[in-house]
Design a protein around this ligand. Structure first.
Ligand code: KMH
Ligand code: ZN
Length: 272
């Protein structure tokens, strides 16, 4: 079986230090968290950044600083900035990190109800524009699918002139308003993608561990991290992103599946 790609989603846009004081938010903290996650076995860092108040921002200069500090700290993992940002941001705001020409970026493939009165908006035009910008900049999109309709949009994109060079899907399960996390929903998504595509699974809260358990023998890849889950176990907050990564490495190794290092991940995703 192909080696396992572990993505560490180290910060996100919604979680706060009040939720878990170990959340990295400053560029310095993000760089340290990325290095620790990579040392633990992660080969992709999914990156959101925060402003001086700790609030989500898509400011390209903050991304630049965080990425520079990561490189200086010796991070070799693929750094994958978010173009999802936070609910309520404009498409222009969200697209900013693509101008840095990262190897990868997230591309959200549909809209979804989010919190109380908020919708995470990804219209067909937004999806197309983001895909165009990424293609123009040589950025590989990770196709984020929170629901089956998103997957249908992603599959249509893959058949269009905007098809990415390599098709890599992220099934985001367990967001209220999206597809619930479970073996049946995961299987439905996996069975719907082309044979030459790769996939990873993201799941919210306690489902993060459960979905990793499923993905490892299914040949998929796994995302963990504070963006999606702040707990190590019921009632016990995680100490670091690296702690969550290490557990997935142990699970995979017990099963007999080794983890991909950054260069192996680049080969799997046809980035080289
Ligand atoms: N923060 C969510 C609204 C992504 O990074 O592309 C969107 C999100 C997805 O986190
Ligand atoms: Zn994200």
């Amino acid at each position: 079986m192909e080696k396992l790609i572990i993505t560490a989603a180290i910060c996100g846009a919604e979680v706060t230090k009040e939720d878990n004081e170990n959340l990295p938010v400053t560029p310095e903290e993000l760089a340290l968290a990325a290095k620790e996650a990579e040392d633990a076995g992660a080969s992709i860092i999914h990156l959101h950044v925060r402003d001086k108040e700790g609030l989500p921002t898509q400011d390209v200069e903050v991304f630049r600083e965080a990425i520079e500090l990561m490189k200086r700290a010796g991070v070799r993992a693929i750094i994958q900035p978010s173009t999802g940002g936070a609910v309520g941001m404009t498409a222009e705001e969200r697209l900013q990190p693509v101008t840095l020409k990262p190897e990868m970026a997230s591309l959200d493939c549909g809209s979804i109800n989010f919190t109380d009165d908020a919708v995470f908006i990804n219209t067909p035009r937004i999806i197309r524009t983001f895909a165009e910008e990424m293609k123009r900049s040589g950025v590989l999109p990770e196709l984020e699918c929170f629901d089956m309709g998103h997957l249908a949009n992603a599959l249509a994109l893959c058949k269009s002139e905007l098809a990415p060079k390599h098709k890599h899907f992220n099934f985001v399960l367990g967001v209220p308003g999206g597809l619930p996390a479970g073996i049946r929903t995961l299987k439905l998504m996996v069975d719907s993608i082309p044979g030459d595509a790769t996939w990873t699974v993201t799941a919210i809260g306690r489902h993060q561990l459960e979905m990793a358990f499923h993905a490892i023998p299914m040949g998929g890849h796994v995302r963990v991290g504070f963006e999606d889950n702040i707990y190590y176990s019921r009632g016990r907050l995680a100490e670091s992103n690296a702690q969550l990564v290490k557990r997935v490495v142990r699970l995979a190794n017990e099963y007999g599946r080794m983890t991909a290092d950054p260069d192996e991940t680049r080969r799997i995703l046809e980035l080289t």
